[in-house]
Design a protein around this ligand. Sequence first.
Ligand SMILES: N[C@@H](CCC(=O)N[C@@H](CS)C(=O)NCC(=O)O)C(=O)O
Length: 213
Amino acid sequence: MFRKVMIVLEELGLHYEPVYLNLSANESKEEKHTKYNPNGRIPTLIDHVFAIWCVPHSDATPLGDASKGTVGELNCVSCGESGAIISYVTEKYDRTRKISFEKFEDKMQLLQWLFFQASGQGEDPSAIIGYQEIIRVLGVLESVLSQHRWLVGEKYSVADVSFITWNHAAFACLVKDYDGFDLEKDFPSVHRWHNEMLGRPAVDKVFAMWQAW
Ligand SMILES: N[C@@H](CCC(=O)N[C@@H](CS)C(=O)NCC(=O)O)C(=O)O
């Protein structure tokens, strides 16, 4: 979950400072985190002037310079839910529309995929999600990706990014040893799409950082 937000930040060349929380030790439930994200889950993005869970802090003093796209000290508001974070980051900082869209219809399709990913793939990849549901979601992706290289607007975007980490966990663990599961054979377009994304420098960098933690 965390990685997909980092991939977006990397793709946009934004400066950020990852803060690691030990979920097993319930650090995400501690007040130092829930004051920014009352859901007590990760990821949470803290921009120096705004955050999406809209927790107002009366002592807010904006720091840094939003126009420079830097992420500075915590101060006034914070933001959780990976889909909302991704939308926030691209709407605010992807000024050249490298991985997002200007056209209304494309924006709405992008949102559709962010919602679909969040609802269709559940939350924590380690949670119990039925094999049939995983296959059903892969089938939806396959039906689109067999016709189009990318999910929206014929270019790589955060719609595609939103699936990388969950799918990676699913392919590496959840369905890997499931009798009869063959990603390349049964979902060739998903296989092509996923591997193309893994080859991107931003994705590669974040996965390498993740492995080093
Ligand atoms: N819908 C949320 C899901 C967040 C989520 O499930 N995060 C997991 C880690 S991947 C988490 O914080 N688990 C710890 C917990 O539930 O206490 C999102 O997309 O941001």
